[in-house]
Write a protein that binds this ligand. Structure first.
Ligand code: TRP
Length: 595
């Protein structure tokens, strides 16, 4: 009992499955059935090795429903069979063989979405808006046969009054040119949409964490501290497990960085895949960056670079560092030359971390854009306005530069953007260390990578460094007393910590001795977790402070000592960075590393 809407529902579903999961469209339809209650069932042969997860199926339904809403014409063409096969191969066929005596094919075509032989006598609505909604009923997967069966219920859109046509008749009346080979190509080569572990992120304004938690690349806020477990869940990244940490230690032949052990680097995407490749002798490169919005860097800005330096040392790999002067110009009230200048100044602080000049390329987007641009374009072509809005929460009043920017931060994830520095390697794997707020950029990147036939970049994410006033927010480069700056004097550091660091200790000495401090919210202790590298000493302080044996003043004193030494060392290193050195790091040149 085929109905026009039922037949259409099957074609829409098929198109969505191919788009999202990414198996060949030709010869993959094994069976379909329409039954009472507007139910349809479609069975397809996939390339999957396990049942698709909920996010993937949700995406399939989302795409199918978008197609219905979009009211796209359903066209038919009559094409000579040998001509069709010569032009399109087998992509219009289902699994079963069309009898040899049939010499003319009637083919249904939904623009860039579905191209499929149909029975000449079948009836279809003239456009996709004949269905108002499709909802999922059931999903079954047969692992041994890689067969996926999807059942949906559709709701006919009776108020739309879409005319019904006979396929053969409509095809003979169709005066449009039949689709070109190039138009069909994406249907054949679709590699899917990568929903496996990159769950579609919620728009930026959505509440999703600790209370009223908002995390986007340009804003982090929450009423009661960031809930990182929730972030892992919402973003669909992986927690950095003990098992993976042990594996990493085995491969690098030394303990991991204390920040990994302490859970400051806490989440990743495909780090295991990078380690697999590394073990087999394929080197990856590192990519990180900074948005130069102020001259004075605070300690929180240095953290990702300190960690990146460690990664470069243990994996002995090349590194590219992007200075997004363009981004800051678009987002902040700053002149373009100023952003460019800040990038140049900031690179002195970055270089002071001790990066290996032979292995490190630092670039400003403004300077390097011509090299990035071909890759930027390939990315831009594959991300719709809707997707960018979904990921970044852009609104109608955001300037168009912002909307185009994500592709510029994505491009350095692909080695083809570094023909000279990375010696022309077209698809060298990439690992990106970054704070978790940068993840949206790279979810987008990972979504387009398979469609560009390139490796998805892997990521390792860190938590935010808390402001002096407490856990709830990132530090601000504009509120002087929320942070310790790389330019602060020993005296200023002492004063800031003593005066402004939020304490989790008790109000009086008696109470502290009795109850001890709350380490979770205590900033001096939390900062020591970042900057005191001696594990034993940190543990001792944690125990003594939380039990009341140590007082806030003593812990602050310890922190002040650590920070004064760190900042002094940084200032010396930075002073030694001459303009010639900066220029060498910025020079477009071949990097050197052992393969
Ligand atoms: N957008 C980042 C910032 O504002 C800078 C950046 C560019 C970056 N590329 C990156 C950060 C890659 C981490 C990884 O700071």
């Amino acid at each position: 009992m085929a109905t026009p809407c039922g037949s259409l529902a099957i074609n829409i579903l098929k198109g969505a499955l191919v788009k999202v999961i990414g198996f060949p469209t030709g010869r993959s339809t094994i069976g379909m059935k329409q039954s009472e209650g507007n139910k349809v069932r479609l069975t397809v042969k996939t390339t999957l090795t396990s049942k698709p997860n909920d996010a993937t199926i949700a995406k399939v339904m989302e795409i199918a429903n978008e197609k219905c809403k979009a009211a796209v014409p359903v066209q038919f063409f009559n094409i000579q069979r040998d001509e069709a096969e010569a032009l399109y191969g087998e992509c219009m066929y289902d699994k079963f063989q069309v009898p040899a005596e049939i010499k003319t094919l009637t083919v249904l075509y939904i623009d860039g979405y579905n191209f499929n032989c149909v029975r000449p006598d079948a009836e279809y609505p003239r456009n996709t808006s004949a269905i108002s909604e499709m909802t999922l009923k059931k999903v079954k997967f047969q692992t041994s046969k890689q067969q996926l069966e999807v059942q949906v219920v559709y709701t006919p859109n009776t108020s739309a009054n879409v005319p019904v046509v006979n396929a053969l008749k409509s095809a003979s009346e169709n005066t449009n040119a039949k689709p070109t080979k190039e138009a069909i190509e994406p249907l054949i080569t679709s590699t899917g949409m990568d929903t496996s572990n990159d769950a579609p992120p919620a728009p930026s304004t959505e509440k999703k964490g600790g209370k009223n938690q908002i995390v986007t690349p340009w804003m982090v806020s929450s009423d009661d501290g960031v809930d990182y477990n929730k972030l892992i869940k919402d973003y669909g990244s992986q927690p950095l497990s003990d098992e993976l940490i042990q594996r990493m230690e085995k491969i690098i032949g030394q303990p991991v960085h204390p920040w990994i052990r302490r859970g400051i680097y806490f989440s990743h995407r495909d780090l295991n895949v990078m380690l697999d490749m590394y073990e087999k002798g394929t080197k990856f490169y590192l990519y990180t960056g900074r948005g130069p919005s102020s001259e004075a860097l605070h300690l929180g800005h240095l953290l990702p670079f300190m960690f990146t330096k460690w990664l470069q040392d243990v994996f002995k790999c090349p590194l590219v560092i992007q200075l997004t002067d363009d981004e800051k110009f678009l987002w902040k009230d700053l002149a373009l030359d100023e952003c460019h200048r800040l990038g140049y100044e900031n690179s002195k602080d970055i270089i002071a971390m001790g990066f290996d000049m032979k292995k490190t390329f630092i670039f400003s987007d403004l300077n390097y854009i011509q090299h990035l641009y071909p890759t930027v374009l390939e990315i831009q072509k594959r991300v719709t306005f809707n997707q960018a809005r979904g990921i970044f929460g852009f609104t109608d009043s955001d300037n168009i530069g912002k909307q185009a920017f994500p592709a510029i931060q994505a491009a350095p994830s692909f080695s083809r953007a570094f023909k000279i520095p990375l010696k022309g390697l077209a698809n060298m794997p990439c690992l990106i260390p970054c704070a978790i707020d940068q993840d949206p950029y790279f979810r987008m990147t990972r979504d387009v990578a398979p469609r560009m036939k390139l490796h998805k970049p892997a990521l390792i994410h860190c938590k935010f460094f808390p402001a002096l006033q407490g856990q709830n927010t990132k530090m601000s480069a504009s509120a002087v007393n929320t942070a310790v700056y790389c330019t602060d004097t020993a005296k200023q550091i002492k004063k800031k910590i003593n005066k402004h660091a939020f304490s989790g200790g008790q109000d009086t000495m008696e109470k502290q001795r009795e109850l001890g401090a709350n380490l979770e919210v205590d900033i001096p202790y939390q900062w020591l977790r970042f900057f005191l590298m001696d594990d034993d000493r940190l543990k001792e302080i944690g125990e003594k402070y939380s039990s009341g044996e140590m007082l806030t003043g003593e812990v602050k004193k310890e922190l002040i000592g650590v920070l004064q030494a760190l900042v002094k060392n940084h200032q010396e290193k930075r002073a030694a960075v001459t303009d010639e050195i900066v220029q060498e790091f910025h020079k477009v040149r071949e990097l050197e590393w052992e393969a």
